[in-house]
Design a protein around this ligand. Structure first.
Ligand code: DQA
Length: 148
């Protein structure tokens, strides 16, 4: 059976392309989805790609990923820095999560240096713009190893 990975995008990422392009780049979320779809073909995995502005919907998606997706790539947007509930969802769901950000959150405002996702993620990729998405897919597939 082909392995599936879920790419989950949080609040305001639907506005990529027009949202602070000096920080997040000119690429739209649709462009990123196309980039990820091509990478999924290269890696021989299936991919689901989604975006929501709602914290509870992100939590529901992480719960639902268990047993369906082999792993999750999560750009939680600003919920990264605020959401204990999202951290708890990741701890409880028992599905590996790669934390992803377009920008280098460690080089930005102090409040962005704290991530509630980092302690429960298998790793973090940030600062590479849209290119971080295929990098995160490589990282997750490498982490997962050969299908059982
Ligand atoms: C972000 C970084 C967050 O601090 C910010 O709130 C976002 C986007 C990124 O991809 O760089 O919405 O997750």
């Amino acid at each position: 059976m082909t392995r599936s990975i879920l790419i989950l995008n949080g609040p305001n990422l639907n506005l990529l392309g027009t949202r602070q392009p000096e920080v997040y780049g000119p690429t739209t979320l649709a462009d990123i989805e196309a980039l990820c779809a091509a990478k999924a073909v290269d890696l021989g995995v299936e991919m689901a790609f989604t975006q929501t502005n709602h914290e509870g919907v992100l939590i529901d998606a992480i719960h639902a990923a268990r047993g369906v997706h082999a792993g999750v790539i999560l750009n939680a947007g600003a919920y990264t820095h605020t959401s204990v509930a999202l951290m708890d969802a990741i701890s409880s769901a028992m599905v590996p999560v790669v934390e992803l950000h377009l920008s280098n959150i460690h080089a930005r405002e102090t409040f962005r240096h704290q991530s509630f996702i980092a302690p429960v993620a298998i790793g973090q990729i940030c600062g590479f713009g849209a290119a971080g998405y295929p990098l995160a897919m490589d990282a997750l597939v490498t982490y997962l190893g050969e299908p059982q």
